[in-house]
Design a protein around this ligand. Structure first.
Ligand code: HEC
Length: 185
């Protein structure tokens, strides 16, 4: 008799626990279904499936049921648009050209009448070849073509003077290409 009573009570407890778990998990799902993320554009936060309702006879499992805090969605990464300000003549290019080209293409009696130590002068170009920088087109800009030894007879610095006037490094050339392609500002 006594044990039968205990059995009934046990069943009642089990049923109540199951109901409590159902209510809790309904609450968890409800939060995400009806509230969603903060930003509509952001993907809905990954919702871990709520733990399966624990066996009612095992109350320890209850500790795993917790209402998650609203997870702040990761800020959407901005599209990688080229920023012309990333490479500037004054900050990035002038030091390179001054060091590698400045001794012959400075302001004072520059070779080929091409001064490369100021933006205006560099854009203006030289007397024979004309424009040495064509904004947006590193593949047509003479400073790039000459400095990468792409034009035979016009390698810059001139080949015979490389001992005292070393060529630009590949990294430096890449930076100059970038600067031209981004608009040569
Ligand atoms: C040691 C001297 C010297 C250095 C250093 C030098 N150049 Fe020259 N450059 C010349 C001479 C001389 C000419 C004219 C003859 C020619 O065009 O080949 C010239 C001409 C040019 C021209 C053609 C100008 C025109 O319209 O006639 C360009 C472009 C040029 N150089 C780019 C550069 C660049 C870029 C650098 C640095 C990476 C550089 N040069 C370094 C001596 C030099």
């Amino acid at each position: 008799m006594h044990s039968q009573n205990f059995g009934r009570t046990g069943k009642k407890v089990a049923v109540i626990l199951v109901l409590v778990l159902l209510v809790i998990s309904a609450g968890i799902y409800g939060r995400y279904y009806f509230l969603g993320g903060d930003t509509p554009a952001a993907p809905a936060p990954a919702v871990k499936p709520a733990p399966k309702p624990a066996k009612a006879t095992d109350p320890v499992q209850l500790t795993f049921v917790s209402v998650p805090r609203a997870v702040a969605p990761a800020a959407p990464t901005p599209p990688a648009a080229p920023d012309p300000n990333l490479v500037s003549f004054e900050k990035d290019i002038k030091p390179l050209l001054s060091a590698a080209c400045g001794s012959c293409h400075g302001a004072n009696r520059p070779s080929g009448s091409l001064t490369l130590t100021s933006l205006d002068a560099a854009l203006k170009g030289g007397k024979n070849a004309g424009k040495a920088v064509i904004a947006g087109h590193s593949d047509q800009s003479l400073i790039v073509l000459y400095a990468s030894d792409a034009v035979a007879g016009h390698e810059m610095p001139p080949l015979r003077q490389r001992a005292t006037h070393p060529a630009l490094t590949a990294d430096q050339l890449a930076l100059i290409r970038n600067w031209v392609d981004l608009g040569a500002q």
